[in-house]
Every structure is written in C-alpha cells, then in structure tokens.
Design a protein around this ligand. Sequence first.
Ligand SMILES: Nc1nc2c(ncn2[C@@H]2O[C@H](COP(=O)(O)OP(=O)(O)OP(=O)(O)O)[C@@H](O)[C@H]2O)c(=O)[nH]1
Ligand SMILES: [Mg+2]
Length: 455
Amino acid sequence: MVLEGLAGSLRETIRKISRASYIDKDTIKEVSKELQRALLKADVNVKLVLELSSTLERRATEEKPPAGMTEQDYMIKIIYEELLKILGEDSKIRLTEQTIMLVGLYGQGKTTSAGKLAKFFHRKGLSVGLIAADIHRPGAYDQLEQIARQVNVPFYGERNVKDPIRIIRNGLAEFREIKVKIIDTSGRDSLNQELIEEIKGIKREFNPDEVLLVMDATIGQQAGPQAQTINEAVGITGVIITKMDGTGKGGGALSAVASIHAPVYFIGTGEHMDDLEVFNAKKFLSRLLGLGDLETLLEAFKETEITEEEAEESMNRLMSGKFNLKDMYDIWEKFAQPGIMRKMFDALPLAKMPGAGKIGSDDIENAQNKLNSYRVIMDSMTFFELEHPEEINAKRISRIARGSGKDENDVRNLLREFKAMKNNLKAMKGNRGFKKLMRNQIKAGNFGLENIEGL
Ligand SMILES: Nc1nc2c(ncn2[C@@H]2O[C@H](COP(=O)(O)OP(=O)(O)OP(=O)(O)O)[C@@H](O)[C@H]2O)c(=O)[nH]1
Ligand SMILES: [Mg+2]
C-alpha cells in the first residue's frame, strides 16, 4: 500500500508521544523534527512540511488541552488536525444529474477511473453514459468502449475523429436522457501547452459540473506543480487518487492535493472496476496514524468535559472538609459512568498496544468493577450513612454488606479509601498549590482515589 512508510514513522512518533511522561519544549521540538523527517522521506513537499511543523510547534506550545484530555492526547490531536488540513475537508461527490470531465497526465488512470465511476453511479441508481474524448492515444476508443460494456453502461465515441469538442457535443446530445455523463480526455507524458489548450477548450465549451483530476498515488514531487498548472487552466473541483494499492511514497500526491485545495473524492485501489473507494479524509488519516476511530474518541472526551464552574464547585466541596460519601458518590455518578471509560478505551487502540504505557484492558476492567462495586455498596447505605460515614459501625457494615450482596470486607475497603481520601484532603487544606492541582484534576476528570492518595 502506498504511504506505508509514512504510516510506519507516524505511528512510531505517536507511540512516543503517548509514552512520554510529560510534554515540554524539548518533546515538542523532537516530535516536530521527527515529523519533518518522516514527511520529507515520504516525498511531501518541503514548504508544506515546514509549514506543518511550525504550526505544530506553535500550537503545542500555546494551546492547552481541554478538560478531560491529557497533554499527550492533545498533542496527537494537533498532529491529526494539521495532517487533516493537507487532505482537505471531507466532501462527497453529489449523487445528482451532472457532467463530469476527467483530466490528468498519461497513464494516471483516467480511462479506468471513468469506468469505475460509471459503475459507482450506476449502482447508486443513476443512469450513466461514457464519452470517449481522448483523440490522441491509439486504442483509447476501444479501451473505453470495452470498459463501458464491462460495467454495462452506454458508450459514445467517434472513431478517427480528431475534434474532441465535436465528439463531446454529439455525445452529450445522444445522452440527453442520461443523468451522469462522464467524459474521458487525453493525457500526455508530460505537461504541455497542447494538452492545456485541449482541456481548456473542453472546459470553456461545456463547463462541466465536475472537473476531476486523476492522479497516480505513486507520482513524485512533480505532481504538485503539474496539478497547479492544470488547476489554473480548468479549475479542478475534485481529485481521484489511483493506484493506492501500489508501492510508493505517496507524499507527492498528498502535496499536490494540498496545493490545489480540492477534495479527494475517491481512491483507486486496483485495476478492477470495483476497486474504487469513496474517500473519507478523517477515516483515512486515522487509519494511517493507527488511531482507530479518533472521532469516537473525541466524542467520548466531550461527554466527560465539564465547565470551569462545575470544576470550581466540586473543588470547593472537596476542600470544605465537609466532604462525605455522598459527594464521592455524586462524583462517581457524574464522571465515572460505565460506558464512558469503555468508549474511550475502544476508541484508543493505542492503549491496547504492548508497551504503549497506557491503560490496559485489565486496568479498565478493574477500575470499572471497583467503581461499580462501590456504587452498589453505596446504594445500600441510608442517607444518614452517606452523609455521616464516621457513624458506620460494625452492625451497619454487616447490614450494608447483606443489602448489597457484597463482602463485609468490601464495605470496609470502601470506607478505608474514603477515609484516606478525606484525610489527604484535610491535610492539604489551605495549600494553594494543591488547590490548583485539584482543580486541574477535577477538570481532567481524574477522580481515581489512587490519584489523591498518592500525593
Ligand atoms: N493497480 C492499479 N492499477 C490501476 C489503477 N487505476 C488504473 N490502473 C492501471 O493503470 C494503467 C493506466 O490506466 P488508464 O486508465 O489507461 O490511464 P489513463 O490515464 O487513461 O492513460 P492515458 O489514456 O494513456 O492517458 C492501466 O493498466 C490500469 O489498469 C489502480 O487504482 N490500481
Ligand atoms: Mg485513457
């Protein structure tokens, strides 16, 4: 697969970030340098690489992660967002009546993509017609005619006619009743004025709804300037990147896409007519970075996000010395809902990687079980007990254990943890540094008792 090399180095960088114990200036610099090397090695345009790394450094230095997100994850998020800018926003081709013109250099996959597109629209229930306007390549007519037969859509061409405008005009007239008209055009082995004039003429005459640049993924650095020249001539509205199944660096094609600011609609992944994938920049990038479904992860973070006021309020309650089991219960209810942890975990395949230094499946399981078990125990307590845990004697412990179906030891453990937490809070009362730390802890959603006990 194209971009395999880049994917490997990017994943390594991300693993490093998530393993880092903190993110400081040196870490940021190191990550930035590493990204630069990876991108340059993959043939991404130098200017683009420098822009990306300086934006990354600036953002990582200036921005603070939102509540509920660690510095490490935020750094990864910045990298994700900046790389996403290269790929452009997700934009899909419309499923309506339209005329599509394919442009691109020799052998990039225009004719093949015309067939794949025809099949795509046909499957979506739209009638499609293919028009052969490549007047240069010997055999272009036969190639498209054969493809049309293969995907079972009507074909229009005029063998031996050397005027693409005339062919297209007749073709469009013939296909009056057809919804999607796809025009295959000529390529050249390098950009030349003749090709530019030819596609410019077609564009001027018919003003197609979409002008799609067909570009081989393995094309090198020259892709950028070529795409820009074609874009200036005809205004590219979208891109099809072909031969993603090949081997190659792929950075040239990425740079070209970034330079023309047109969405990638599809990627071609093989020679067959079915080998066309609708391109989704976010999914593609997440896959490339080995992040799994990052969107889901961000959603999970959003759910745990709390406002400054809420954090302040919880903190004041914690610090007031009146902290009781009910407060602890409320906090768990609010921030340790079952599902949120699981969701975050599922969205973070990194966490499952050996040696990634993140929470593992067992940790999640244990934490979840512990919280659930504590909750069940607290459900069996009376309001009086929740508000006055110090009044819970052996007799009450025995009743709570029976009521919750737990061991008396479990109840004692819960009370012990609560007591330790409360003592720690009391000891830290009036300590401004601690107050600040607590506020951040609360904002970050870290309510694990171990975080506080370990202070
Ligand atoms: N592996 C692979 N091969 C592809 C893909 N797309 C096209 N090809 C192959 O690339 C070669 C060139 O494809 P064409 O569709 O003829 O390219 P073109 O841009 O029309 O070329 P000209 O008409 O000569 O300018 C053919 O052998 C195709 O089978 C793809 O996504 N993957
Ligand atoms: Mg062709």
